[in-house]
Design a binder for this molecule. Sequence first.
Ligand code: NAP
Length: 271
Amino acid sequence: MGKNKSIGFIGAGNMGRAIIKGLLSAGTYSPSNLIVSDYSESVIRDLSTSFPGIQTSSNNLNPTAASVVILAIKPQDYENAVRGIKDRIQPETIVVTIAAGLSIEKIANWLDHDAKIVRAMPNMPALVLEGMTALCRNRQVNNAEFQTVREIFDAVGKCIILSESLMNSYTALAGSGPAWILVLIEALADGAVREGISRTVAYEVAAQVLAGSARLVSETALHPAVLKDKICSPGGTTIEAIASLESAGFRSAVIQAVSASTARARELSNE
Ligand SMILES: NC(=O)c1ccc[n+]([C@@H]2O[C@H](COP(=O)([O-])OP(=O)(O)OC[C@H]3O[C@@H](n4cnc5c(N)ncnc54)[C@H](OP(=O)(O)O)[C@@H]3O)[C@@H](O)[C@H]2O)c1
């Protein structure tokens, strides 16, 4: 299905590029079906070299020829960019926003209240087809159109449909979450290096520990605490580490990080 449709990208920095790379490696879209614009010359150069065949330029009007247009620029650049393409968006075009903290209503104010808008919150692991995306839509987007957008994000990982009222909290958990997990991997590796393990081995092992633990949760469907209890033997090494983490406020720090990030997304919504 994807091969017959085109996708436009306005902005192809970290997130836009991750989706493009994911889509092309998943094989659901051919390069010639991707029309990308970005103001950064180095981004355009890199895209043309890395993904031969995709259509690239610095002109934001070019991607508006596509049936789905993904806005992958920073939230503060949205208003100008959206107003700039407003007159070129066709009634049947589906506009996808991936910005943290920007509501569908805000985009509709800048674009058109009849425009078909999907709000998506993807995350960086889309780059390796392990993304997690939440989607919501306005009522102009029908089921088939919503499915078309869903297939884009399904191609680069998993998708859930979520009420827009939860998008800011979701952004904290899944959009920002990978950054904290990466800090955890780095910290685990630092600890291992401190104890004499080489940096390369430490990163490889820490990353696999995270990936393996995540699969345990999703594939066994057991409560994380049940799995944790299976690893903590009485008087053993693991419970010692857990006690150390708890005394440093680990759990509370993570909970507060989700709330802090949600609060920032709400602030962005009101700016
Ligand atoms: N990064 C993530 O993990 C993540 C996760 C979920 C959602 N998001 C959302 O994804 C969006 C993009 O984030 P990002 O991290 O990919 O940003 P980014 O790396 O800065 O990429 C944006 C790109 O767009 C270019 N650009 C800026 N204004 C433009 C315009 N008006 N027209 C065309 N191109 C323009 C930028 O060029 P210059 O650098 O020259 O300005 C840059 O190359 C944000 O709204 C963010 O909230 C990001």
